[in-house]
Design a protein around this ligand. Sequence first.
Ligand code: MG
Ligand code: MG
Length: 251
Amino acid sequence: MRAADQIVAITLGEMGKMIAPGVTTAQLNKRADEVIRDHGAVPNFLNYGGFPASICASINDVVVHGIPSDDQVLKDGDIISIDCGALKDGFHGDSCYTFPVGEISPEVMELCKTTKESLYKGIAQAVEGNRLGDIGNAVQSHCEAKGYGVVREMVGHGIGRAMHEEPEVPNYGRRGNGVKLKAGMCIAIEPMITLGRREIYFERDGWTTRTIDHKPAAHYEHSVAIMPSGKPADILSGFQYVEEALGDRFI
Ligand code: MG
Ligand code: MG
């Protein structure tokens, strides 16, 4: 799984090098597909439930599952989340990063920062003996303290030989509630956080998911393994290549 997730990490880094005003999401998709295959993996998003691309590219008020297209041209001040997955030797990787395009407003920067922080707060709770509610509560309380919305309809998930396995990993919950975490479990934690209202709607293409008030949303995701004897979770994916690509623009 780490091998698959590291290919995803490299691909996200490549996205970071390319993302700039004037680039289309179709160009990003084409490059991501190449990078994944060049590393001997298969883009597991492609044809998943009929999804027509190798990444999800979600701009501004698109929360998740944006379909790359030639018509979507990035512009200064946008944010774009690239959700990416790879299948390598029978195991799945899945990770997402929300990138700034050019210069973004301080308000949107704060949304992105807080969402990413909440991902790591969730991961800190992904410890043997804790419960899923501890993860969800950590994400939720961090984001709601700043007045942001926590999307309810979409959740994280178990991951392994399938991209989406049991259990569901919500970004909200009560401490001490839910499935107990055991060493060896692998889960994808993925806060989807909105600047305004938390309600979303699905477009008629069956995929694109937007905030109901059209305010922006951020989305960060890692796949992690629960470790034995109370050790911190092992983060199988990584943002190190994104950081390399973005330099001081890394969120
Ligand atoms: Mg994902
Ligand atoms: Mg996922």
